[in-house]
Design a protein around this ligand. Structure first.
Ligand code: GAR
Length: 236
């Protein structure tokens, strides 16, 4: 029996990609269903997009958790040595104490994130403008048998990873920009690429028009790649 792919989505902001995913599920472009939407902050406007469609939502307040972090909150199954040996977000030049603190604070938030998501029986976790790095602690818990976390990034990876893909593309003077959907691995925007779309950048373009062109393509690319995932893993 075929069952639709249950999709969990994480956002941080306006959620236009989330909207594109919800619409594609409703129109049948994706054989899937958005079963839950989570955010890392209470002000994420995209939460209303989910609520408007009757999709359950939740917030894990990362800033608050990081601010009030204490050692004794570490998850019981958190293994610092294991996480440090796997992560490739920070290089060997980075301050080891900062890296340690980063992994520990995130694991506290990620335990709550994982526990909340778990009650929704999701097959795929789609990051849609979720502006938090996920650590190996969380990624291993979700992936188990195979990669099941994907992300949309506003640049043609492997160029311009990080938080400002369109800005970095534009300021570098690129004549072509684009967006990428990829699996999430232990690095920053470094996982296997599922799909990309590109657009031309002309002399008359501004950062604003570059973002507009890019977002329009994201809304096509993300549903397309989710449907590819569905076909690959979930069609029975
Ligand atoms: C999108 O451009 C997405 O590619 C980007 O944030 C925006 C979210 O827009 N994601 C990242 O930069 C992740 N590093 P949305 O909230 O309207 O979908």
């Amino acid at each position: 029996m075929c069952r639709k792919t249950n999709i969990a989505v994480l956002i941080s902001g306006s959620g236009t990609n989330l909207q594109a995913i919800i619409d594609a599920c409703e129109s049948g472009k994706i054989d899937g269903k958005v079963v839950v939407v989570g955010a890392d902050n209470n002000n994420a406007k995209g939460l209303d997009r989910a609520k408007n469609r009757g999709i359950p939502t939740f917030v894990i307040d990362y800033s608050q958790i990081i601010k009030s972090f204490k050692d004794n909150q570490l998850p019981i199954d958190f293994n610092l040595k294991d996480v440090l040996s796997k992560q490739s977000i920070f290089d060997t030049e980075s301050d080891p104490e900062k890296v340690k603190l980063f992994m520990m604070t995130r694991s506290v938030a990620e335990e709550k994130l994982f526990n909340t998501l778990s009650s929704f029986d999701f097959d795929l976790l789609a990051l849609a403008g979720f502006m938090r790095i996920l650590t190996p602690y969380f990624i291993d818990k979700v992936n188990k048998d195979r990669m099941r976390i994907i992300n949309i990034h506003p640049a043609l990876l492997p160029s311009f990873p990080g938080t400002d893909g369109y800005g970095d593309t534009f300021r570098y003077g690129c004549k072509v920009g684009g967006c990428t959907v990829h699996f999430v691995d232990y690095g920053e925007d470094s996982g296997p690429i599922i799909g990309q779309k590109a657009f031309e950048i002309n002399d008359c373009d501004t950062l604003e028009t570059v973002k507009e062109k890019g977002l329009k393509l994201e809304w096509e690319l993300y549903p397309h790649c989710i449907q590819l995932f569905e076909k690959l893993y979930h069609h029975r």
